[in-house]
Ligand binder design. Sequence first.
Ligand code: HEM
Length: 268
Amino acid sequence: MHKPSSTRDYLVALLIATALTAFFSLYLFIRRGYLFDGPPTADALYVPNKAIVGAGTVLLAFTFLIGPIVRYFDRFDQWLSYRKEIGIVGGLLVVSHAIISYFLLPLKFPSSRFTFESVPFVAGLIGVALLIFLFIISFKKVIEVMDGSRWWFLQRWGLRLVILFTLIHVFAMKWSGWMKWLAQGGGKPTAELANPQMAGLGILVMLFVTWVVIVRLYESVFIFRNVGLTIKEIAMDERLKARGRCFFIGSFWILVILYALVITRWLF
Ligand code: HEM
């Protein structure tokens, strides 16, 4: 249930966001060879935009993962108190990404590319509209005037849809490029890309998002046996909890192996 947000929770969320953005910026700096001052073919915010949206997307996916973590592992109960703040900070990063992508990358993404026939654009736009809606209804005043279970239902399905539209947005845009990189490698270094043998940040971020979606789907289908269309909360007994934990840990190790395979694909 909701709680009065404290400054401390926002500080923790901001700290995590800053650490992630800094880490992704460093990775991209090594991969690309520059951050802001790339070759004349790349906009100044081309690479920072990737770090910002990487961090925002990971935070949104993490918001979606906190529920299962808290339900399966007793010692992480306190994480629940940061969920809202992490979600809001992640959402703000993603909205900044949409603004940067639309207005500030004329060389790489001229606005003529953003049309309503473009599946990635429409999916991204719906995702951003949903995030803004969730942000508005997360204000304490709005929560107070809304029926609690209805508010919870909107938050739950809102975030699920944001993640769904994120998958459509990114997979429609990047899938063929990822498959080409996995099959043939990134080719020779160029002025825009110093180390094409390093995996793109997008593929690494989306592996995490996809794992989170699988953990949540497993929980809905095999643990709750309920997709959450009703507002009823489902009690979880010890047996179900152990099953959820087992799937969580097993699939996590598969994720780690996949990361190792992708990262080392062309590295050596
Ligand atoms: C919920 C909303 C959104 C999310 C979660 C999101 C997420 C992402 C992610 C993770 C990537 C990186 C893919 C990769 O590098 O492989 C990306 C790329 C991109 N997104 Fe979004 N996005 C959203 C909305 C939008 C909107 C509304 C626009 C347009 C105004 C947009 C424009 C772009 C562009 C142009 C790229 C390619 C950037 C590049 O390759 O440098 N996105 N998005």
